[in-house]
Ligand binder design. Structure first.
Ligand code: MN3
Length: 207
């Protein structure tokens, strides 16, 4: 594996306005995400694994293979790197607001309907104490989709779950525009979810 680099955003910093403001996007990408990139590269170097043959999501899914001395750092910076990489991809200025096809069907099966899914997802995201993420994941063990939360930068991959959709509820993701009003940020965020992209992730799962 070559050194990790900050991925390009698939849209401009101002294009998620008014739901996420330009300044937040810029700091989040250029400062926060960059810090996870740098931290991941440094953490791999420190355990002599700068050329680890596997991609970070595979490393996270078998974290116990990492020497104990470096495991915490790989978990934090590697999770931070990969969580944010996905976060940028699952947003778009041109969302049509709802899932379709196979994912829509699965949401209806496990959550009754899309409105109910959004309600449960938002409640879980709001209830995270401190910093973390709320996810729609595919549970490989039980062959089903589910909503989970993780603390800090913990990755669903580490719990053997494939992230389909993730929401960053660290304050750095919303505080400039929404201050302490996390529910308002979540409500706005639904407008910019890229359901085409999320649906494709689900369709392409090897099941
Ligand atoms: Mn973040």
């Amino acid at each position: 594996m070559v050194r990790y680099e900050l991925p390009r955003l698939p849209y401009g910093y101002d294009e998620l306005e008014p739901f996420i403001d330009k300044e937040t996007m810029k700091i989040h990408h250029q400062k926060h995400h960059q810090a996870y990139v740098d931290g991941l590269n440094k953490s791999l170097e420190e355990i002599g694994a700068a050329s680890h043959p596997k991609y970070i999501s595979s490393i996270l899914s078998e974290l116990t293979s990492i020497p104990e001395s470096g495991r915490g750092n790989i978990n934090f910076f590697g999770g931070g790197f990969e969580n944010h990489r996905l976060f940028w991809e699952i947003m778009t200025p041109n969302g049509d607001g709802k899932p379709a096809g196979k994912l829509e069907d699965a949401i209806d099966v496990y959550f009754d309907n899309f409105e109910n899914f959004k309600k449960i997802f938002a409640e879980k995201a709001i209830s995270i104490q401190g910093s973390g993420w709320c996810w729609l994941v595919f549970n490989q063990t039980y062959n089903k989709i589910e909503i989970i939360t993780t603390q800090n930068q913990d990755s669903p991959w580490t719990a053997q779950k494939t992230p389909l959709l993730g929401l960053d509820v660290w304050e750095h993701a919303y505080y400039l525009k929404y201050q302490n009003k996390r529910p308002d940020y979540i409500k706005a965020w639904w407008n910019i979810v890229n359901w085409d992209y999320v649906g494709n992730r689900f369709s392409e799962l090897p099941v």
